[in-house]
Design a protein around this ligand. Structure first.
Ligand code: RIB
Ligand code: CA
Length: 319
């Protein structure tokens, strides 16, 4: 069976991605590395530990990663509104019985050690899915590109190729939080799959699904209904036309486990680092003609099939 490592900036949709991964038969979740983004990295560690206990999986290692972007001098300290004041919709979960491995730092040291070790151990059986800023991945490639090139797949949630960004007209949040890291990854030649807003804005969890989670009568069902309920309210207020919330991070996990869910465009990408388009993912003019393409971008998705599968697996994870 494939081995899976998630890299989470543990907000609401990261928590859904984690639940989806735990309920997926295609791969075994062997660890979570963490990063700043929706929350500071230490909060991401705490949220991952708490959600794993809630879901009955206290055995999964949680490893601290980068606490700031490659170019930042200070640790990132922002709590992003859309995910609530603790990153999981303001819902207070029981304090976890264990601590994470390592401590957040500028180099993402513990997370990068864990990831490189997993890459060397599992090689082509390993799938790595970052759903926050690509800082840990950029650090891992900087340290051992060969090891990262040898793994079975790197599928990240982030970017937007055919539609506008969600932070600025050009930039999606995960890329905007560390454009230098994303650019280094995309221009490294290490093969990656990008699951961006192009497809995640097509996969919508309808507003009425939470009632089914609550009806399970389990602590996990009730807590997830509250956590995602907060996220729904944000969507209602800001993007009500979607009819629900976008399943950004769960879709990246789903495509990593079943690439047939998406239609792909092979292209060499870069990230704009200067000017008004800072943070935009776009074709790299210098490598467009190169027959070797290092990025695949999901540009279409079988949304009904994915959403149905997501709803089934969430009921299993929360039941
Ligand atoms: O733009 C969506 C992404 O930004 C998701 O990964 C969400 O969790 C936030 O990190
Ligand atoms: Ca995320």
């Amino acid at each position: 069976m494939k081995k899976l490592v998630l890299d989470l900036d543990m907000g609401v949709d990261d928590a859904m991605a984690l639940a989806y991964a735990l309920a997926s038969p295609e791969a075994e979740l062997i660890g979570i590395t963490t990063v700043f983004g929706n929350v500071p990295c230490a909060q991401s560690v705490a949220n991952c530990l708490a959600v794993l206990e809630l879901l009955g999986h206290p055995e999964v290692p949680v490893v601290a990663g980068a606490d700031r972007a490659l170019a930042a001098r200070e640790p990132y300290a922002t709590m992003v509104d859309v995910h609530g004041d603790n990153g999981i919709g303001g819902v207070e979960l029981p304090v976890p019985a264990r601590a994470g491995m390592g401590a957040p730092d500028a180099a993402g040291g513990a997370a990068v050690d864990f990831l490189l070790d997993a890459a060397r151990t599992w090689g082509s059986d390993l799938i790595y899915v970052p759903t926050g800023p690509l800082t840990n991945l950029a650090r891992a490639i900087e340290r051992d590109a060969q090891a990262m090139r040898s793994i079975g797949g790197i599928v990240f949630m982030g970017g937007a190729l055919t539609i506008p960004g969600n932070v600025t007209p050009g930039a999606e949040a995960n890329i905007a939080n560390d454009p230098e890291a994303a650019d280094a990854v995309l221009r490294s030649g290490v093969p990656v799959t990008m699951v961006g807003l192009d497809v995640t804005h097509q996969t919508i969890l309808p507003f009425d699904e939470l009632a089914r989670w609550r009806a399970l009568g389990t602590p996990a069902g009730a807590a997830f209904a509250d956590i995602v309920g907060y996220y729904f309210n944000f969507y209602l207020e800001h993007q009500g036309y979607l009819g629900g919330c976008a399943l950004h991070d769960p879709l990246a996990v789903a495509i990593a486990l079943d690439p047939a869910l998406a239609g792909m465009l092979d292209i060499n990408l870069k990230v704009d680092l200067d000017g008004p388009f800072r943070g935009r993912t776009i074709g790299d003019p210098l490598r467009l003609h190169d027959p070797q393409k290092s990025s695949r971008v999901a540009v279409s998705v079988d949304a009904p099939r994915f959403v149905e599968r997501f709803c089934e697996r969430m009921l299993r994870a929360l039941g």
